[in-house]
Write a protein that binds this ligand. Structure first.
Ligand SMILES: [Fe+2]
Ligand SMILES: [Fe+2]
Length: 156
């Protein structure tokens, strides 16, 4: 995983600060990876657009999909009452991205700008405002320790 990311903290545009953690360690680590990947993709965009396109398509989108599925499994298994709404938010995002991917893969710069800006804004806002909610609910139910004992971080 680490060789796919520029770890230079001076290059970080967005810090994954503690207030973004929701207490489910596997989710916090995956969210942190996504922040690092977003920072790395900005770095690539400045240096080499083709590499940035490839990194976005091959690394970020596939990792996001794995992460969303992992998160859904945790919420479903542990009886999170807002699961349906959360799943709808994930599915809407998947649909918007999937519609743009063929054009991005064909090298259309307009589609890349669109999918890139939608993805970055959505991911950061969703982690901060929506993913924080299940963390609070699990903590209130005393489930955080149990989930942390069960879940491993997704591997690329
Ligand atoms: Fe998430
Ligand atoms: Fe989520």
């Amino acid at each position: 995983m680490s060789n796919l990311i520029n770890q230079d903290p001076n290059m970080a545009i967005f810090d994954f600060s503690d207030d973004l953690k929701n207490g489910i360690n596997a989710m916090d680590e995956e969210h942190q990876f996504l922040f690092q990947a977003i920072n790395h993709s900005y770095d690539l965009l400045i240096k080499d657009k083709q590499q940035a396109y490839a990194y976005f398509n091959d690394v970020i989108l596939s990792y996001v999909d794995k992460h969303l599925t992992h998160e859904e499994n945790i919420m479903r298994k542990n009886g999170y009452p807002e699961f349906d709404q959360h799943l709808k938010a994930h599915d809407l995002f998947r649909k918007v991205v999937m519609e743009l991917v063929p054009a991005v893969q064909a090298g259309d710069p307009k589609a890349f700008r669109e999918v890139y800006s939608i993805s970055m804004g959505w991911l950061i806002g969703h982690i901060e405002k929506v993913d924080s909610k299940y963390g609070k609910w699990f903590a209130a139910q005393g489930l955080t320790g149990k989930i942390n004992g069960e879940e491993a971080v997704s591997q690329l």
